[in-house]
Write a protein that binds this ligand. Structure first.
Ligand SMILES: *[C@@H]1O[C@H](CO)[C@@H](O)[C@H](O)[C@H]1NC(C)=O
Ligand SMILES: *[C@@H]1O[C@H](CO)[C@@H](O)[C@H](O)[C@H]1NC(C)=O
Length: 379
């Protein structure tokens, strides 16, 4: 009797321990899991984490002083930043195992090609909504969608089947950061002597230009929808006129008013196109982030926001350190956390981090109609 009682207790205890061990594993596993299956990234240099390293182009950042604060290795990864970019912070907020790798670094990997648990980054420095923007120097947005992402989509269907692929993609986040280079090129083309030479050629008015950008973007996002995208996070244009590269060209070194106006108009148009898309596709949800107010606030009230330098690039040469991109011969500022801008157009790591935190958890009108955290659970 005693021994069988003992054995019963033993069995009860051991199953209890097993149960506890199981619980611990489950909890542990859940904690290590991302909030979404994967993150797919398309766009320009704000998001590129090494795709352009594989191109013959001037638009690269895989050399110092880029990456001077990246991890412990001071590694120039190809990010246009002193450290991480906004996508890295997004991946952290999403609790992904890692930041999605650059498509160009994994496309020839024969084993298990595209089931990267964290997703894939297709972004390319220099890319614009228009394929004409920095043509030949980058992977155009069209190419990112119609060749690279589309290839990954087909590979996923091959491996998982159509239904599982669509189920997985529907829960994943697609982030798009594009349009800034189109606006920069439009403004810079307009401010040069070249303008005179182009006098007799057709140049669209600012309104026509922005409307055609938004229209092209809508078509591109539609193609992504057709390839399974259901949760879209769009990063609007920054107030580009305040970037050192445009500021240095104005008479009083102030923000370039026309460029800021174009960026604002672009954001209004893109937000309207997204509303239309959502109306057409009830199963699509989106979050649109317009960080202009936040960034302009940093510029107006530097001290209150932890900054000391708002008008000069940290890394560069010449007026406002904005003559050229960041290179090994550029001057480098000592304190990267008190500068808004890393180089002539890109934000410092700290600025990207602050803006991403606002996009993830911030209120309207910064994030509309919802922030990224709400986008994750939206059905
Ligand atoms: C895929 O989904 C469709 C529609 O929901 C269903 O009819 C079909 O049986 C599914 N196919 C597989 C292989 O599960
Ligand atoms: C850099 O600047 C920030 C903000 O102005 C300041 O808090 C920090 O102490 C500075 N760091 C160094 C190393 O000087």
């Amino acid at each position: 009797m005693v021994s069988s009682n003992g054995m019963a207790i033993c069995r009860a205890l051991s199953s209890c321990i097993l149960f506890l061990a199981c619980c611990w594993l489950c909890v542990h596993e859940a904690a290590a899991e991302g909030l979404v299956p994967a993150l797919y990234v398309l766009g320009d240099s704000q998001a590129d984490n090494g795709n352009n390293n594989h191109l013959v182009t001037l638009l690269r950042a895989d050399f110092p002083h880029n990456g001077v604060d990246y991890g412990r290795g001071n590694k120039a990864t190809g990010r246009f930043s002193n450290g991480k970019n906004f996508v890295d912070f997004l991946a952290e907020h999403l609790n992904l195992a890692s930041t999605p790798p650059p498509y160009m670094s994994i496309r020839n990997n024969p084993s298990n090609r595209f089931i990267y648990p964290s997703g894939v980054n297709f972004a390319s420095g220099g890319a614009g909504v228009s394929s004409e923007t920095n043509k030949g120097q980058c992977i155009s947005f069209d190419q990112q969608i119609d060749q690279h992402y589309s290839g990954v989509y087909k590979a996923l269907v091959n491996q998982l089947g159509q239904n599982m692929t669509l189920a997985r993609l529907a829960k994943s986040i697609f982030t798009v950061a594009i349009g800034g280079n189109d606006i920069l090129n439009y403004v810079r083309g307009a401010s040069r002597l070249v303008r005179f030479l182009r006098f007799f050629r057709y140049r669209p008015s600012p309104e026509q230009f922005i409307a055609s950008l938004a229209q092209s973007l809508e078509g591109q996002l539609e193609r992504m929808y057709a390839l399974g995208m259901r949760k879209l996070f769009v990063v609007g244009a920054a107030p580009l006129g305040c970037c050192p590269v445009l500021r240095k060209g104005t008479p009083r070194k102030e923000c370039h008013a026309e460029a800021n106006e174009l960026s604002a108009q672009y954001n209004v148009e893109v937000a309207a196109r997204l509303r239309d898309m959502r109306a057409r596709h009830p199963d699509m949800r989106y979050s649109f982030f317009d960080g202009s107010t936040a960034l302009l606030d940093y510029i107006k009230e530097p001290k209150a926001n932890g900054y000391a330098v708002v008008d000069r690039a940290c890394c560069g040469l010449g007026k406002k350190n904005a003559m050229f991109s960041c290179t090994p011969v550029s001057s480098l500022c000592e304190n990267r956390t008190n500068h808004i801008f890393w180089d002539f157009v890109h934000p410092t790591e700290i600025t990207a981090q602050k803006l991403m935190a606002l996009a993830f958890d911030g209120p309207a009108p910064l994030a509309t109609p919802m922030n990224v955290r709400q986008l994750i659970s939206a059905t």
